[in-house]
Design a protein around this ligand. Sequence first.
Ligand code: SIN
Length: 500
Amino acid sequence: MNVIVIGGGIAGLTAALRADALGHRVTLLVKGALGDGCTARAQGGIAGAYGPGDSPALHALDTLQAGDGHGDALAITALVDGAAAAIDELIAAGVAFDRFADGLLARGLEAAHSRPRIAHAGGDATGAAISAALVRRLRASSVEVREGAFVADLLIVRGRVCGVRSLDGVETHADGVILATGGAGQLYAHTTNPPGVTGDGIALALRAGAAVADLEFVQFHPTVLAGGAPFLISEAVRGAGAVLRDAGGHRFMLDEHPDAELAPRDVVARAVARRAAAQAGPVMLDATALGAETLAERFPTIGAELRRRGIDWSRRPVPVTPAAHYLMGGVATDIDGRTTLPGLWAVGETARTGVHGANRLASNSLLEGAVFGARAAESLTRHPLRYEFVPPETPEGDANSSGREQRVVVGSGGQDADIVERTTLQQLMWEQVGLMRTEEGLRDAVARLHAWSPPSATSPTAQEDADLLTVARAVASAALARTRSLGAHFIVSPALIGAA
Ligand code: SIN
């Protein structure tokens, strides 16, 4: 088969390499350069129940609980059961995971994991190590790589996806297209995601009529360096013993949750935001008790960046704030990455497989990319013909998670509407479709997003702006439709949001 993979993170690289190994003719398209995306920046690591006293069943339970019970059991089972093989495959590709003195893989702890089970490389440089190893493998494979190829549309014939059209008008035909473009962190004014993460794959799927689901669930990471360009300070730092303190030095997470700093990420992010609002200044991440030697050995990348900014975190706490980090929802898929459109697959953060529920468990994202990237490539051969995939329904019976319902609200703006301005959209999403939401704010955001027009997409930046607008409308509409708080989707009264 001729296969197109769009995106060069762990999910896209894994899918391309596995499809190539299975004998398909694979073309990998990335809009920028390989290594531009989130994978290469991932610090924490990749989760897997590979240590003594741990099991895939425990990992599954933690995943389901962190997701506030909204995850899909079948998908979670596929994820946790696939972890050992995925990590072995990465080792075979040349990823030098850190090891204990006895030679066993080192196991880090992160929030909401009941066991230390995060494999990491170079301390906090796991994503860079994985990206480099997979790109090396890619260069040695038969996969044709086209960098600077921005896909603007999917080609569809008689309801089946049969290729792509790039922004420069070049059409490439294929028997199967795999979307692996990552999430949409650039929807928000403050994000850990690099500039190119603009929801392109989700926008492509929406324009083509594929179902999406769970887009209201956006994860905000609680500990991003406050002030200056956003820089993630890994949850693994809290897993190693760092604590959060308010302006008075009080360890406030002890008052918020039995697991304190290692509570689920959405709980910690909201507590950090509330405390910062109450004291009118950022809270502090205190890693001083870990000592200079441990910090240097375990978190060299973070230490180097902090030093570059004039901060010695072994001596004083660092100011932190939440920022948009990860999109739990996406293009609705089954456990083999198949979307509702024949010929179209989606993997990694672009997809809504159902593994993350309403809030992703830390370090399950690299794992998802590796496991479901491989599964999608394998399913190309098993399901080359037409099939019918029914998208997930919400447990509450409201229609907000059904792709059909979300597609209804994704229209083009009015004829004479203002062209969307990226920073204005990002600020609107941050203020009204962010960490804490009100019904009024969501209603206003939906109206304003629909009043803007997309720019005509004649340049990569214009195409990104159009994609951001498409995805923003879908996220805000999904959030408005989900009237009760669940996981990362948190509805409060207007008085409370004023206080935050
Ligand atoms: C982190 O290192 O805190 C981020 C890891 C993740 O998003 O899973």
